[in-house]
Design a protein around this ligand. Structure first.
Ligand SMILES: Cc1ncc(COP(=O)(O)O)c(C=O)c1O
Length: 403
């Protein structure tokens, strides 16, 4: 059924019956008995933080991604901060990133006293536009922070080529892209440093948590110190060696991920392939269902990548609808579909506007995309029935507002 052909049923927003009786969230974790048991076992062990599970998780994660080093952090945000520090960002430096991202991507540049410089995105994938990036590199630029928006890898080869030419570090924000592939390689094994998040809506969760992967031993060493107050050894190693002596060699933070969280992460990692496969299946079901709906633009996937489908951000063709995004959003929520919007462009947040003087209009592609974006539910625990509910709700709402 196409939207335009859909029977005009009364929208729940206007007092009709919602497509489903309870709210389907846009993202949600899946925790099974093995996850619970792993956490309980660790709670009964000698180590709650920085024990054996941290190393085990980091090693297993690095092996899965296909990279030499994985350094865990207490969140994706802390991991971004660590990467910005390891890249040497400081006062007077600039780092170029996307405006269409979660604020944490740009905030990590500010944490280091450097300046975020936004470059617009391309209209197809909504990832950082390499041409725009090239035109913004100055003698102050030190790093590029491409974002793998929604789980579709950014133009990493172009970023690495620009970085090579100007001596920059590429920090890929892959908080959406665990399990994605770029030209046959797993995301996390390509950029100088890659950052992941283990927030509950992600492909793998530790509650809160994050990771930086890198093939560079120097970056890895700095990251390990930075997340542990800038101290050159950890408590477990000192206990094992009968040592008390330690040295603080740089100004770091307590950004450690606990053994309890890493025990959960290790268990979750065993299910990652299956979770990714399910997300791809859901994306295929949505693609098939929305193919005949001209009001909906489904996210693009380039030939050279395999997206990880963290989010499913559709774009509304507002020319073909008699309502704006806000009303379509409210109508879908009333149908009990937990839609969301990713993202309000970072430069339009009050903090960025006040500090840097942005007024809107600076990044037309990102801003126009934002006006039409709606993220549909996308998580590996969704049943086929949940997917059908989303499709029915989108058909119902788009059918109602179709011009
Ligand atoms: C693109 C992006 N970067 C960074 C983060 C921050 O990760 P965390 O919530 O683990 O701190 C997120 C979190 O959702 C994100 O989506």
């Amino acid at each position: 059924m196409t939207a335009t052909a859909a029977i005009r049923q009364a929208l729940a927003l206007h007092g009709g019956t919602p497509v489903r009786p309870t709210l389907l969230p846009y993202g949600r974790q899946t925790i099974d008995e093995a996850d619970i048991q792993a956490v309980v076992d660790t709670l009964r062990s000698d180590w709650l933080t920085t024990g054996p599970k941290v190393n085990e998780f980091e090693e297993a994660f690095a092996a899965w991604v296909g990279v030499r080093h994985a350094v865990s952090f207490s969140s994706g945000t802390a991991a971004l901060h660590g990467a910005a520090f390891a890249a040497g960002l400081g006062a007077g430096d600039e780092a170029i990133t996307s405006p269409l991202t979660f604020a944490a991507t740009a905030n990590c540049i500010l944490y280091q006293g450097a300046k975020p410089v936004f470059a617009d995105v391309t209209p197809d994938t909504l990832n950082l536009d390499p041409e725009r990036v090239r035109s913004l590199v100055t003698s102050n630029t030190r790093a590029l922070l491409p974002v793998d928006y929604a789980g579709h890898p950014a133009e990493i080869e172009a970023m690495l080529e620009i970085a090579e030419r100007h001596g920059l570090t590429v920090i890929e924000d892959a908080c959406h892209a665990l399990g994605a592939k770029y030209r046959g390689r797993r995301v996390g094994s390509v950029s100088h440093m890659t950052v992941f998040s283990f927030h509950p809506v992600k492909h793998l969760t530790t509650g809160e948590g994050g990771m930086v992967t890198t093939d560079n031993a120097g970056f890895a060493e700095t990251l390990r110190k930075f997340r542990n107050h800038g101290i050159s050894s950890n408590a477990r190693d000192r206990q094992r060696e009968g040592q008390w002596h330690y040295e603080m060699v740089l100004l770091g933070f307590n950004y450690r991920l606990t053994d309890v969280a890493c025990a959960l992460g290790l268990q979750q990692l065993t299910k990652l392939e299956a979770n990714l496969a399910r997300r791809r299946e859901i994306a295929a079901q949505y693609t098939a269902a929305f193919r005949g709906m001209p009001e909906i633009l489904f996210p693009a996937a380039k030939n050279e990548v395999l997206p990880a489908w963290h989010l499913c951000p559709i774009r509304l063709d507002l020319q073909k609808l008699s309502a704006g995004r806000a009303e379509v959003f409210r109508a879908l929520r009333a149908e009990n579909i937990g839609v969301n919007v990713h993202y309000i462009p970072v430069h339009l947040h009050p903090y960025y506007k006040e500090r840097f003087g942005y007024r809107g209009g600076e990044f037309p592609v990102a801003e126009a995309a934002y006006e039409s974006l709606i993220s549909l539910p996308m998580f590996h625990g969704m049943s086929d029935g949940d997917v059908e509910d989303v499709v029915r709700a989108v058909e119902k709402v788009a059918g109602h507002y179709a011009r």
